[in-house]
Ligand binder design. Structure first.
Ligand code: 4AD
Ligand code: MG
Length: 427
């Protein structure tokens, strides 16, 4: 509030950086805002040409803002989402520190494909830095040349073999769990998935926990407790609640995320649980016509997951014991049938939030499950069973999906500062 409008600088436009001093007072219109600033001095530090500044004072669509990735954190919505993201990062670490876990830093560069889905981003280096050409060439080429040889000839690889960006820190976390017992890793993960959906990114953050001397129930319990801890911590923080309320209020306008904020009621009760076989039965018995037909053996699609979480359970649900044929090699085979001791935690709106399992700790069963051609690369992983094998289990949680669940933001691209997905890597 400027007592005298003449004291308001002429170049004070939307987008400018300013330093303002004055007195904070209760606003006379309490129904609209709590406080106001009565200005003594104003200094425009960085002026902003309002006519061309891409952010107007009106409300922009989130689609539009995505094209102004570097400017959008200045909007109330994205700023609120980024503050919630920061708080949740903190709450994740406090949960694990309070429950006797050690944080481990698993590598981003790796020669293993944990999920075996072939969705890895390859890593190449300029030809002159590879071991062979370093010895052979005197003059490094001026440009980063990735020769055909570098792709096909192992000796020309920087690491002496093909390397890529990690799709999951799990295998390395397992190695650490055989020493430190309870470990977690929380960092960027990369998938060259051709999935153009509001739930997939090519670069996302994954929280992964791994526990020795534990089984499926241990892993489910930790995932549940971690989410509940994060929920309680957010709701106990006044400024986080203000941000959440702002995001929930706009969520309806931004997309079809029903049940926004409903988690505050569902989240502290124990999560519902059912087997994959029962889930398939319930889906088949429902009167719903799904786009993808339901039968035992299919991988659950988003529409099925949504129905299970939203319609059947009205909150988070843990689905266990999927068919081995649709799950990765490392999941522990259940005795006597074709399923594995695994789980997916589904939540309304988002669908799959967490995926985890008991790990196959029996040497012979693991060796038989490793895909053809992967035995050499995974020999170190098999060592973990050769030398003092131990039952263990763990999970991975998509951190952006957790933020989506809590904020009601329907597109995953709006809960990470700089989204990368198929076709788009701005900045
Ligand atoms: O289910 P996923 O593929 O499981 C694993 O990678 C295991 N190795 C984790 C473990 O047991 N340590 O991925 C785990 C979670 C998913 O449930 C999902 O929330 C998230 O990671 N996720 C993605 N999030 C954003 N974009 C993507 N492309 C994602 N792919 C998986
Ligand atoms: Mg999964």
């Amino acid at each position: 509030v400027w007592g005298d409008p003449e004291r308001c600088p002429k170049d004070l436009a939307n987008g400018a950086a300013v330093r303002v001093t004055g007195t904070v007072r209760a606003s006379p219109r309490q129904d609209q805002q709590a406080i106001e600033l009565h200005v003594d001095t104003t200094e425009v530090i960085g002026s902003c040409p309002g006519e061309v500044y891409p952010l107007a004072t009106k409300r922009h669509s989130l689609e539009y803002l995505r094209e102004k990735t570097h400017l959008r954190p200045r909007t109330a919505t994205i700023a609120a989402a980024m503050r919630i993201r920061s708080s949740l990062t903190h709450h994740v670490h406090t949960y694990f520190a309070a429950t006797a876990f050690f944080q481990v830093h698993t590598p981003i560069l790796t020669t293993n494909d944990c999920e075996g889905a072939g969705e890895t981003f390859g890593v190449t280096a300029p030809a002159y830095t590879t071991p062979r050409s370093r010895a052979a060439s005197v003059e490094p080429p001026a440009q980063c040349r990735t020769t055909t040889a570098a792709k096909t000839d192992d000796a020309a690889h920087f690491f002496g073999r093909p390397a890529h960006l990690t799709v999951s820190g799990q295998l390395h976390a397992e190695a650490m769990a055989t020493a430190l017992s309870r470990v977690y890793t929380f960092g960027p993960t990369f998938r060259a998935e051709n999935s153009n959906t509001p739930r997939h990114l090519a670069e996302f953050y994954m929280l992964e926990a791994e526990v020795a001397f534990g089984g499926l129930d241990t892993a489910v319990g930790i995932a549940e407790a971690c989410i509940q801890h994060c929920a309680e911590a957010l709701l106990a923080d006044e400024s986080a609640v203000r941000d959440l309320e702002l995001l929930w209020a706009h969520a309806e306008a931004n997309g079809p995320t029903a049940d926004v904020g409903a988690w505050t009621k569902a989240v502290d009760a124990p999560f519902a649980r059912m087997t994959y076989t029962d889930a398939i039965g319930a889906l088949a018995d429902s009167a719903v016509e799904f786009r993808y037909p339901v039968s035992w053996g299919i991988d659950l699609k988003h529409e099925h997951e949504q129905w299970l979480a939203r319609a059947l359970h009205g909150g988070p649900v843990v689905i266990t014991d999927y068919p081995a044929a649709i799950k990765p090699f490392y999941m522990r085979r259940n005795d006597g049938d074709a399923t594995v001791a695994c789980f997916d935690l589904l939540v309304p709106g988002v669908g799959e939030l967490v995926g985890g399992s008991a790990r196959e700790e029996r040497l012979d069963v693991l060796e038989a499950a490793i895909p053809a051609g992967a035995h050499d690369a995974l020999d170190w992983y098999v060592d973990l069973r050769r030398y003092g094998t131990v039952p263990h289990a763990g999970f991975g949680m998509g951190f952006e999906r957790l933020i989506q669940y809590f904020t009601g933001i329907s597109n995953i691209r709006d809960v990470i500062p700089f989204p990368r997905h198929v076709g788009t890597c701005r900045l």
